[in-house]
Design a protein around this ligand. Structure first.
Ligand code: SF4
Length: 328
């Protein structure tokens, strides 16, 4: 993805949901995409799948998707074109935070998994059913032969999320976009689902874009990470670089807000002052400046910081690091 700009056009304003987002996801790699709600993580996913709705439009940049035989810039495709429809759900699929909103309540789990296989893999009904049972088995759903005929509401939250993963993986996607896949689950189930995703990812060599506000999930699953704030990437690098040597004040604040084992009881957990502003009213200069404890008056509120190289693949967008990183 290079310099992607996605805007939403409403009667009141033009909302710059993504304002020049660039990153790569290599084959077989898990990339963590982190930020608070409203930072543009989900819009990035919806832009890749070209399901932005009527008011959303990609106005600049590219999303180059490399396949075995060729490459295609998804940003240039018509969202309703045959080519985009064959990529969506087959080569790139998505799992959502709450599967109840993505599964239809009136069709069985099996029929919904089978539908994608029949459309994308030209299987007949019997073959698709057998494969659906296999997929449910591969995500460790007990008695998959029975579960295949269940409706979504008849499964627990954890089982529904497993079924959602089975559906997303049923067509062997090259890229899986996981949007807060474990947020709605309790910690034990969350750990099981993450372990399952890691295992399936290793077996199939697919790439995963792991969207989350939870840095623990990124540490657990990802090799590289991008930190987003108000439609821009403010810091990126390997998980090692960003977690052990966070440069951007926003990343530092996010890391400080993680609860730590052994912390003295009664001590308040650090939080980031203020809230993410409305994307239709992005502050001038560095958009994080109203919340930043390192804010430099006359600089940060005037000039947008460029992205600078901080060594190896570590990059940051902040005036503290000037034109060249000075090792601060
Ligand atoms: Fe803070 Fe300024 Fe850096 Fe923005 S550019 S994060 S306001 S120090």
């Amino acid at each position: 993805m290079n310099d992607l700009q996605t805007y939403f056009f409403t009667d009141e304003a033009t909302v710059k949901a993504l304002d020049g987002v660039s990153f790569d996801i290599n084959r077989g790699e898990v990339l963590g995409v982190v930020g608070e709600s409203g930072c543009g993580k989900s819009v990035t996913a919806l832009s890749i799948l070209r399901i932005l709705g009527e008011r959303g439009r990609i106005v600049g940049g590219s999303i180059v998707f490399h396949r075995n035989e060729d490459s295609v810039d998804l940003a240039t495709l018509n969202p309703r074109s045959k080519e985009m429809m064959s990529i969506r759900g087959k080569e790139i699929s998505m799992i959502f935070q709450e599967p109840m909103t993505s599964f239809s309540p009136v069709h069985t789990i099996g029929n919904q998994i089978m539908e994608a296989m029949i459309i994308h893999q030209q299987l007949d009904k019997k073959e698709a059913r057998e494969l659906a049972v296999e997929m449910l088995r591969s995500v460790n759903i007990p008695r998959p032969e029975t579960c295949v005929d269940r409706y979504p509401h008849q499964l627990s939250g954890g089982m529904r999320q497993r079924a959602m993963i089975a559906m997303a993986l049923s067509c062997n996607p090259k890229l899986l976009i996981a949007d807060e896949p474990t947020t709605a689950l309790d910690v034990t189930i969350q750990a099981q689902i993450l372990a399952l995703m890691k295992e399936l990812q290793k077996e199939s060599e697919m790439s995963i874009m792991m969207i989350t506000h939870n840095l623990g999930v990124v540490a657990e699953t990802s090799k590289n990470v991008v930190i987003m704030y108000l439609g821009r990437i403010v810091e990126s690098g390997t998980v090692q670089q960003v977690f052990h040597n966070p440069l951007h004040p926003y990343t530092r604040a996010l890391l400080r807000s993680i609860p730590k084992l052994g912390k003295k009881q009664g001590k308040r957990l650090a939080s980031i002052e203020g809230t993410v502003p409305d994307a239709s009213r992005i502050p001038p200069g560095c958009s994080f400046h109203p919340r930043c404890e390192s804010f430099i008056r006359g600089v940060c509120d005037v000039k947008k910081p460029e992205i600078v190289d901080a060594g190896d693949s570590h990059r940051v967008s902040c005036h503290l690091y000037g034109g060249t990183y000075d090792g601060e």
